[in-house]
Ligand binder design. Structure first.
Ligand SMILES: N[C@H](CCC[C@H](N)C(=O)O)C(=O)O
Length: 320
């Protein structure tokens, strides 16, 4: 059976969005994983960091499942939720909705354009946990906030959190960003290792100035991506915890795909993060899942406006 999809991206983190609401493709757990591996393969005509499956929900307006390009399913995807949120809001003819994800029903809301002509959505990143068992991270302690992991790195100071997918973040300097440190470290903790049995998304953070950070992420199940929404949210939270940024204030998070904004909320000892950024459609296509052949393709004209945002972001970064 042919599959209709939309190629979309959040801050250059790109996805294939497949709407199953009212359409029975007969996917099984195995076929979803296989489809992610085959259609996301950058050697084919499509290629992407993952697939967003949109399904009906009994608990919310709709449901999103996200599969990485290696076929693994993740509990959450921030950039993907903005794209899914836009799709669901436009389908239902509303400006905000609730989307069921693996561990939480999350709010998505249309926002004013973050840059002229760039469709912009605000998504709730939650629940947040610093308990190491929620990643999981196997260490003989409850939490890891701004501490070393003996045996993993002699120089980096890490924080570990689940939002709810797992993140390991470190504030680094230019030299560390330019080295192979992040690649080596990420491959170690996403292979057979003593710390992260399910792997982990690994982010390097550079503090640019108050209210501005740069984040680069090696994603579990994908590799280096232009941006990772849950990682940028996690990184923003950690910079607030250490006093480098302020809770409740917009933080501009620059990345290799452009820029998003995060607002970190702290209520008692609970945290949630608003992730605000583009949800850009590139094209819609009909594809034969067997051959991965694209039967027809129709472009959208949004990427040009997004490109201006990306160029602005790169100007800011090159000035740092
Ligand atoms: N690779 C992630 C899932 C995708 C998250 C990322 N694309 C985002 O925007 O949050 C994981 O396995 O936890």
């Amino acid at each position: 059976m042919m599959i209709d999809l939309i190629k979309c991206h959040g801050s250059g983190n790109d996805f294939l969005l497949i709407d199953e609401m009212g359409r029975d493709y007969g996917f099984t757990e195995e076929s979803r994983a296989e489809l992610a591996k085959s259609l996301c393969n950058r050697e084919t005509e499509l290629g992407a960091d993952g697939i967003l499956f949109i399904l009906s929900s009994t608990k919310a307006d709709a449901r999103m499942r996200v599969f990485n390009s290696d076929g693994s399913e993740a509990s959450m995807c921030g950039n993907g939720l903005r794209c899914a949120g836009r799709y669901i809001c436009e389908k239902l003819g509303v400006n905000e909705a609730i989307v069921e994800t693996m561990k939480a029903n999350l709010q998505v809301k249309k926002e004013a354009d973050i840059f002229p002509g760039v469709p912009t959505y605000n998504v709730e990143i939650s629940p947040v946990s610093f308990r190491l068992e929620d990643l999981p991270l196997k260490l003989d302690q409850e939490e890891l906030i701004q501490q070393k992991i003996p045996g993993l790195s002699s120089e980096l100071i890490f924080s570990a959190l689940a939002v709810p997918n797992p993140h390991l973040v470190a504030i680094v300097d230019n030299e560390q960003v330019e080295s192979d440190l992040q690649k080596e470290l990420s491959e170690k903790v996403n292979g057979l290792n003593e710390w992260f049995p399910d792997g982990v998304n690994v982010s390097f953070i550079k503090l640019l100035e108050k209210g501005k950070i740069y984040v680069r992420t090696f994603e579990r199940g994908v590799g280096f991506t232009n941006a990772c929404g849950t990682a940028m949210s996690s990184s923003s939270l950690v910079t607030c915890l250490i006093g480098e940024n302020q809770f409740e204030k917009k933080i501009s998070v620059y990345n290799n795909g452009g820029m998003v904004q995060c607002v970190v909320h702290k209520v008692a000892d609970r945290f949630t993060i608003d992730l605000i950024g583009n949800a850009t459609y590139l094209y819609k296509a009909t594809v034969d899942p067997e051959s991965q052949k694209v039967i027809e393709k129709q472009g959208y004209s949004e990427q040009e406006a997004y490109q201006h945002l990306r160029e602005h972001a790169q100007t800011v970064l090159s000035a740092k």
